[in-house]
Design a protein around this ligand. Structure first.
Ligand code: FES
Length: 179
């Protein structure tokens, strides 16, 4: 039986005797398939290595952003009216005042961290997934399962109230003020 791949003048797959194996352009032969694949592989390795090296350099040069301060001055105590609730954006907290003094309620929802808003009927509602909290931060409906935090308040040297987001306190804690 005749092999369809066999050359009539050469071996089974090789060039026939006397035939050039590669196309010649000028006096430089074009690369063979193996050589081309070797170049391609080598080029890919160089590219991947350069990208990886770039990532390593970026990692080593990374400087984390400075942490936001947790103690935030929020003004003079007498700027908070009795029975009023004031949202202080810089502190992400509601500052309230009752007969015992000032208190701070964290506005960050305990579900996934959205900022709660005062609701018309008193208390707070989260605009993200609909949790509701009472006026003192207790969960009334989820998905949040934890109460809003109450945060420590103190006076600094200038007599300003400072809210400390890193110091949660009991709900009944108050900063007594003279006024
Ligand atoms: S973040 Fe407030 S309910 Fe989901």
């Amino acid at each position: 039986m005749t092999d369809p791949h066999a050359s009539t003048t050469g071996g089974k797959f090789g060039p026939a005797a006397g035939q050039a194996r590669l196309i010649v352009e000028g006096d430089r032969p074009l690369p063979g398939r193996r050589q081309f694949l070797a170049w391609l592989t080598g080029g890919s390795l160089v590219t991947v290595s350069a990208l990886a090296l770039g990532q390593v350099v970026r990692f080593l040069a990374f400087e984390p952003a400075a942490e936001a301060p947790t103690a935030i001055p929020i003004g003079q105590p007498d700027s908070y009216a009795l029975a009023a609730l004031t949202y202080i954006g810089a502190a992400r907290a509601y500052i309230g005042r009752d007969s015992a003094g000032l208190y701070a309620l964290d506005a960050v929802c305990t579900h996934l961290g959205c900022l709660v808003e005062q609701s018309a009927g008193g208390g707070f509602a989260c605009p993200c997934h609909g949790s509701h909290f009472s006026a003192d931060g207790q969960v009334q409906s989820g998905p949040a399962s934890k109460a809003l935090r109450h945060l420590a308040l103190e006076l600094n040297q200038d007599g300003q109230v400072v809210v400390d987001r890193a110091r949660p306190v009991a709900a009944e804690t108050r900063l007594a003020i003279n006024a």
